[in-house]
Design a protein around this ligand. Sequence first.
Ligand SMILES: Cc1cc2nc3c(=O)[nH]c(=O)nc-3n(C[C@H](O)[C@H](O)[C@H](O)COP(=O)(O)OP(=O)(O)OC[C@H]3O[C@@H](n4cnc5c(N)ncnc54)[C@H](O)[C@@H]3O)c2cc1C
Length: 482
Amino acid sequence: MAEMRSTSQTSKHQRQPAGADADPVVVALRLELGASAVLTGADAQGRSAGIWRNDSVQAKAIVRPTSTAEVASVMRICTTFDQPIVAHGGLTGLVASGITNPDEIALSLERMTAIEEVHELDRTMVVQSGAILQVVQETAEQHGLMFPLDLGARGSCTIGGNLSTNAGGNRVVRYGMARDMVLGLEVVLADGTVLSSMNRMIKNNAGFDLKQLFVGTEGSLGIITRAVLRLREAPAKRATMLVGIESFDKLGKFLKQFDGSTGGTLSAFEVLWNNFYTLVTSEPATQQPPLAQDMPYYVLVETIGSDNAAAEEALAEALEQSLIVDAVLVQNEAQRQNLWAIRDDVEQCFRYAPVYTFDVSLRLSCMEAYVDEVNARLKKAFVNADIRNFTFGHLGDGNLHFLVSVGAGVEECAATREGVERCVYEPLAAIEGSISGEHGIGLEKKPWLSISRTPIEIALMRQLKLTLDPKGLLNRGKIFDV
Ligand SMILES: Cc1cc2nc3c(=O)[nH]c(=O)nc-3n(C[C@H](O)[C@H](O)[C@H](O)COP(=O)(O)OP(=O)(O)OC[C@H]3O[C@@H](n4cnc5c(N)ncnc54)[C@H](O)[C@@H]3O)c2cc1C
């Protein structure tokens, strides 16, 4: 590594660069990685701070390493200068966990996107952490295999971001979350140590499974640089349908009946409350409603490993038991894409901006009463406001999304946000629900962490953080204060 020295040590005769360019960390990073690897000024600050955000990146610099060795050098330099740093993947995270302040450095994985290896027999893929999820999915398909993780942000989010947030998505009911799809990890620790835990086996109980420390911890314990992903056989059969249901009670019964009838092949059970379905199937949204808009609930159901004949049989049984009112079963790939486009058209909700987004998790048996309580609390807290709570979610996993709009008449400010959050989060305490099913904590949910975690759990999280990152450089102030 190049020698580091403070600017006060440089010769008086040397010309001093201005602003961030003169910062000793930036100077050291440029010496080590080359000028083009470190963006400052307009090159850095012109970037969006994240999807669905209106602000731009506020950082001293954005550093863009190309290899694990370079990430390790970056971390060594940051440790030497006590420089806080935040990893950036695709910036599609929804809880402000990738936000930097002007004194921080962003470490972008955008130049570490390689798919290094696909092993068809072992059913593994080795990738650099900046690889885009959709590229990983498509590469697996080209080898007759499948990487089951799937979410609406697939075209922009990265494997490193997916693992750091332990992303959920559309197929959790069948394949689990991101942590269930990774066999090995390579991570750079805060002091620049490279932890190589690139296990390629499904079973390995030789001591602690250290990789799981870095999954779902939002870049606060280390920078993920490479991963061994577990692949599955590409499905020969698949069935996708939309179903209309008249009560919440029948929704739960239909989930059990359909899952049982299709022999464990259920891979998605995405419920759309009427207000969300109507929004995304009415103009100016581009999708037409496949079923009339008069049902309280709609479910996008998908199976992987069973075909339309099995689905038809299960649906007929559900109709006979009066669990469902109506259903459409897709007949080709274009129809399948259209159904998923309805589910994924979340951005329609932003017509009612400002919109506050939530991803709570709770037992199915508590869900109907919980949703009623949230809506009642919102009405009470924002009397006379034009409240809309667009509701949908991965119901098969007990994970619900609310996109809450309080209407243009209510001022958009911290107090409004807190008022909405109170309505959503407080009722979770009594039913032991979680304030986050999949998006994580970041800055947005930090004040509410104690609803879902005990003081002892939070104290142990702090201890782990201090052990792995004693200077608190990685994603400082996110999740909890150390
Ligand atoms: C339309 C849409 C749909 C979505 N649907 C879902 C969904 O169904 N399920 C779901 O779980 N999420 C969903 N999300 C949220 C988001 O896409 C996920 O959280 C995703 O995993 C973030 O990946 P990213 O690469 O964009 O990470 P970023 O947003 O860049 O970062 C997220 C966090 O991970 C850290 N990080 C990123 N890369 C690394 C790394 N290499 N090493 C260490 N830390 C790192 C960052 O510091 C930050 O704390 C959705 C978002 C959008 C916009």
